[in-house]
Design a binder for this molecule. Structure first.
Ligand SMILES: [Zn+2]
Length: 179
């Protein structure tokens, strides 16, 4: 079983000022590099892709300006695991410090590990778009689960996997903008 919850907080400059034990455990389980030196780092060092950064910045600005909190579902899959999680993003009084708490809602082992989600898998020059929020992939203009993407792209026949371009799908774009 994966770590059930983790939390972290950022200051007014979006720097990590507090992370809990769950954060470190989760980082270790998911092979996040440099988790041990997270304190003082920018939150944005951990968000890949321009569109994911843009939309999360807009969301964070609204949480701070309105001194409110939002709770959103998201996915945090690994090659062998499908994970549904919820994240609560809450502004502290004054709006400078923001607290993020994520907890695991459900976890299911995959029948076949999906190498497309493995950060260590060899990659080609080709790219495929992945939504950073729901972990779906865009194939032929449709956003589909990783198993479906691997099947449509016929990845089992390939020596190398396409590189991942981190993006936000239209469904998650709406979710983040109206939260
Ligand atoms: Zn999405």
């Amino acid at each position: 079983m994966t770590t059930g919850s983790l939390s972290y907080a950022i200051d007014e400059n979006d720097r990590l000022i507090r992370v809990d034990q769950g954060f470190y455990r989760f980082a270790e389980e998911n092979g996040w590099a440099d988790a041990g030196t997270s304190l003082g780092r920018s939150l944005w060092d951990y968000v890949a892709g321009q569109e994911p950064k843009n939309l999360q910045r807009i969301l964070l600005r609204r949480v701070r300006d309105e001194i409110r909190d939002v709770e959103l579902p998201f996915r945090c899959d690994g090659p062998g695991m499908r994970r549904e999680m919820d994240i609560r993003i809450a502004a502290r009084p004054g709006g400078r410090v923001v607290l993020f708490s994520a907890r695991l809602r459900s976890e299911r082992e995959r029948e076949t590990p999906q190498l497309l989600l493995d950060p260590k898998a060899p990659r080609s020059e080709e790219t495929v778009r992945m939504c950073s929020w729901c972990d779906r992939f865009e194939v032929d203009g449709e956003w589909v689960e990783v198993e479906e993407a691997a099947s449509r792209l016929e990845l089992f026949n390939r020596a190398e996997l396409p590189a991942i371009a981190h993006d936000i799908c239209p469904d998650c774009g709406k979710l983040l903008l109206v939260a």
